[in-house]
Unconditional design. Structure first.
Length: 80
């Protein structure tokens, strides 16, 4: 499910929500109004810095995910 930004038409509160394309729009968490509009989100470029990549790999490894490592890196991590 994609993450979308929403703006409440009733109170002006902005929020994010995971919503399927076929699902109804979510209610505003501030005032419970269903009069919300989907906002255009600015894309975020993926991190290119070696420090960002290393940090993300450590976080993934701590959570038990090894899919972002190469097969050789996974073999070394699983041996240790």
């Amino acid at each position: 499910m994609p993450m979308y930004d929403f703006q409440c038409q009733h109170c002006g509160h902005g929020f994010e929500a995971l919503v399927r394309g076929s699902s109804p729009l979510p209610a505003c968490p501030a005032c419970a109004s269903t009069e919300v509009g989907r906002q255009v989100s600015a894309p975020v470029a993926p991190g290119k810095s070696k420090a960002i990549i290393a940090s993300n790999r450590r976080l993934a490894a701590a959570q038990g995910h090894f899919s972002n490592f190469t097969p050789g890196e996974r073999a070394k991590l699983l041996k240790g």
